[in-house]
Design a protein around this ligand. Structure first.
Ligand SMILES: Cc1cc2nc3c(=O)[nH]c(=O)nc-3n(C[C@H](O)[C@H](O)[C@H](O)COP(=O)(O)OP(=O)(O)OC[C@H]3O[C@@H](n4cnc5c(N)ncnc54)[C@H](O)[C@@H]3O)c2cc1C
Length: 224
């Protein structure tokens, strides 16, 4: 009986990491790879769906980190694949805060409260960090009023759920571009895959890509 064909490299997952790993390997002459993907598509957390007749992104929607000292590889890929993007100009962005009756808080009050809450949270974080070792810390009280809820959402869930400094912005720049392309952010993945996998009419037909294949055990890699 013929032994099954062997591959030098197994890539687990066909998200942007897996697909770009495959591309880099192929560019360096390693073609006998296999990509195992648990789902029925490539893209992972980059995916779109149809909503009310238009294409909407369910996962990644922005290319963050553009215009800095180093060139962002995702931005380069987007340019190469002709992905349509538009600059996200936050300079005029404004958040409205409403009370439970739907009445808008005057922007001055909201901005003032927001600034106070941000300053306070930063001070609290700094002192928490300073005193953390070995001490029992009282958990912060949960937000109660609408304005506290809104501030808590923006401050903790939206703004501070990342550690500073964020290397994407430091290395690649502060600008962000929204992907505004009917083909979806995932178009970039397909263009990247085209470089090393066999495709026809926009479909990947290369048998080195194994969809619906969950890798559930550890793989030992032998390097000669
Ligand atoms: C809602 C949302 C919004 C986001 N917004 C942005 C944004 O605006 N800008 C941005 O840059 N990033 C954003 N991100 C993050 C970005 O999508 C991810 O960082 C990126 O897609 C991760 O790519 P990845 O290839 O590393 O992992 P994934 O995309 O998670 O791909 C991993 C793949 O591996 C497969 N897999 C996992 N385990 C196995 C297994 N055992 N065997 C086989 N296959 C397996 C999975 O099915 C998946 O396809 C967002 C993410 C989400 C969820």
């Amino acid at each position: 009986m013929d032994s099954p064909p062997r591959s030098s490299v197994i890539i687990i997952g066909a998200g942007i990491s897996g697909v770009s790993a495959g591309k880099v390997l192929a560019e360096n002459g390693i073609k006998d790879m296999v990509i195992l993907e648990a789902s029925d598509r490539i893209g992972g957390r980059i995916r779109k769906d149809n909503f009310g007749g238009v294409s909407v992104e369910l996962g990644a929607g922005w290319i963050a980190g553009v215009g800095g000292k180093e060139s962002n590889p995702v931005w380069e890929l987007a340019s190469q694949s002709g992905l349509r993007t538009c600059f996200s100009d936050y300079s005029n962005a404004r958040y409205n805060i409403y009370d439970r009756s739907g009445k808008i808080f005057p922007s001055g009050v909201a901005a003032d409260s927001y600034k106070k809450a941000v300053d306070l949270a930063i001070e609290n974080l700094k002192s928490l960090e300073a005193n953390l070792v070995g001490e029992l810390i009282e958990p912060p009280s949960s937000p109660k009023t609408p304005i506290e809820l809104a501030i808590d959402f923006i401050l903790h869930d939206f703004e501070m759920a990342e550690v500073e400094p964020i290397s994407t912005y430091v290395d690649f720049g502060e600008r962000e571009f929204l992907v505004a392309d009917e083909r979806g952010y995932e178009h970039l993945l397909y263009k990247m895959a085209e470089n090393f996998l066999f495709t026809s009419e926009g479909k990947i037909l290369d048998n080195r890509l194994k969809l619906n294949k969950m890798q559930s055990y550890l793989v030992a890699v032998k390097i000669d």
